[in-house]
Design a protein around this ligand. Structure first.
Ligand SMILES: Cc1cc2nc3c(=O)[nH]c(=O)nc-3n(C[C@H](O)[C@H](O)[C@H](O)COP(=O)(O)OP(=O)(O)OC[C@H]3O[C@@H](n4cnc5c(N)ncnc54)[C@H](O)[C@@H]3O)c2cc1C
Length: 474
């Protein structure tokens, strides 16, 4: 009998790990709830996993169990570090082989190496690469020699590699008798049930079932793919951009499945730049996964993979104002409040708040990345730390530029609808004023009913002057 150890591959579709094990006969599917995932983060005084992602993960584990049960199987759930639980189970069930997904980031690799080292002598292991669009073994250039810049890498891959076919979903799963255990509740992991903020873009609930439903709704029912590129920089509502990221991050959706659905859509409906662009974005995701294999722990260094010699500030008070959405710069605050209230933020928002932290406040980008790690429902180590390093000017594709959050706000939120959605205290201000409330003198503040320092924070920095300094320094 073999063990299938589920990790960030919480799905039955296109899951080679599960399919290969099931082909060999009886299997014991296992998920370990690792207490380290819920412990305190290294940088900030926060849990590594915030409440929205914790809930999403438990949803996904419950959904996986239900799907396995529907095929005659089950999912054994144990709390504890995988390097203890998996070898114990291998010994108890006299397992021939443990099948598992291998992952690129350092902590995940350490865990799998520890599992391998602790397995009983009679138990073998098989690792599978199952979370990217292109398989690591199909890259035209070996992963440790790939280009550090996205565009040449993407072009080479598009020209010289092909995406493998998806793996069929097993129709039946046969499991031994076992004490399958309970999926812990959120409360048992120390969380209150997170409130659902009606203002959020989507109520993100985990699991393969919900992930596939989201794809069906967004792509097929609401027919959004045909306009994806044109709308993906949006900030409000569930239609701009796919919102597939939490399901991709937990492995509830396979990128190959998404690509196949895009191809089907292109055949049945329309094929245009917008439809291609979703696959293009999945390539960005792949790129950061492969970069992590290439550079390893260097991704977590302050100077990043470029070894930039930059002294970062460590001002805790300023950082806390940024994190709480209390900077007094509305576009930054609205995005941070959305993140705090829902676990999600648009890509446009992420770029802007990251640039504000690192370019305007010059605070250590790793604090920002750790904050996102805790808060994001779609946290993925490679996408998160890779994008943060990029924004901070120390990573892949980094240029020495910055985002001017004021012009970005005026460009992407011209009527201040987004800002006032998350900062209702500014709702009565005209759009131009809502983006720059500090321009109001005391009289105008009184007339408009928004007193800075009382109803909404005074700006923590003279941001217009700061952008002049940054522009002059170039
Ligand atoms: C500072 C910062 C931190 C980020 N942290 C994360 C993270 O922890 N997890 C995460 O999945 N994404 C992260 N991103 C990338 C991106 O913001 C999100 O993937 C995207 O906003 C998710 O929304 P969506 O699924 O609607 O995206 P869509 O626009 O619909 O894109 C489709 C998919 O492509 C992938 N993708 C798109 N853009 C990127 C990108 N820049 N890098 C990597 N993959 C991308 C995602 O898997 C996404 O689901 C980060 C970006 C920034 C600037």
């Amino acid at each position: 009998m073999d063990i299938v150890w589920f990790r960030r591959d919480l799905r039955l579709h296109d899951n080679e790990t599960l399919a290969s094990a099931v082909e060999r006969g009886e299997v014991l599917p296992v998920y370990c709830v690792d207490p380290r995932e819920f412990a305190e983060s290294e940088y900030a005084d926060l849990p590594k996993t915030g409440p929205y992602r914790a809930r999403f993960l438990l949803d996904a584990v419950n959904d996986l169990r239900a799907s396995l049960r529907a095929r005659g199987g089950d999912l054994l759930v144990r709390e504890g570090p995988p390097e203890e639980r998996i070898p114990e189970l291998a010994a108890e069930y006299d397992a021939d082989t443990v099948h598992f997904q291998t992952m690129p980031a350092t902590e995940e690799l350490e865990v799998e190496n520890a599992v391998k080292a602790a397995l009983p002598e009679a138990t073998d292991y098989e690792r599978y690469w199952t979370h990217t669009l292109y398989h690591i073994n199909d890259l035209p250039t070996p992963v440790d020699e790939i280009d550090d810049t996205f565009t040449p890498w993407r072009k080479e891959v598009e020209r010289n590699a092909t995406v493998r076919d998806s793996v069929a979903t097993p129709s039946a799963v046969s499991v031994p008798d076992a004490e399958f255990g309970e999926v812990p509740s959120l409360a048992a992991l120390g969380y209150d049930d997170p409130t659902v903020d009606e203002r959020g873009v989507l109520d993100f609930r985990g699991g393969e079932t919900r992930g596939r439903e989201r794809l069906h709704e967004w792509m097929w029912e609401d027919d959004n793919l045909r306009n994806y590129k044109a709308t993906r920089n949006g900030l409000l509502g569930n239609d701009y951009s796919s919102k597939f990221s939490p399901w991709l991050a937990h492995g509830c959706l396979s990128p190959r499945y998404i690509k196949n659905e895009v191809s089907r859509y292109e055949e049945e409906r329309v094929s245009n730049t917008d439809t291609y662009w979703l696959v293009f974005e999945l390539l960005w995701r792949d790129f950061f996964q492969f970069q992590f294999i290439k550079h390893g722990a260097q991704f977590f260094y302050p100077g990043g993979i470029r070894e930039v010699d930059e002294v970062w500030a460590h001002d805790e008070t300023a950082f806390e104002r940024w994190a709480a959405g209390e900077t007094g710069i509305p576009f930054v605050d609205a995005n941070m409040r959305e993140l705090n209230e829902t676990g999600f933020m648009s890509n446009r928002g992420r770029q802007n708040v990251a640039s504000f932290l690192t370019d305007v406040l010059e605070i250590d980008w790793r604090w920002g990345a750790a904050y996102f790690e805790s808060r994001l429902v779609d946290y993925d180590p490679c996408s998160n730390w890779g994008n943060w390093a990029y924004q901070a000017g120390v990573g892949n594709d980094s240029r020495d530029g910055y985002f001017n959050v004021l012009s970005q706000a005026e460009r992407y939120d011209g009527d201040a609808e987004y800002v006032t959605h998350w900062l209702p205290e500014l709702a009565d201000l005209p759009a131009t004023v809502a983006h720059r409330p500090w321009r109001m003198g005391p009289e105008e503040q009184a007339r408009r009913g928004v007193e800075l320092g009382v109803d909404y924070p005074e700006p923590m920095v003279d941001i217009e002057r700061r952008y002049e300094e940054l522009a002059n320094a170039r």
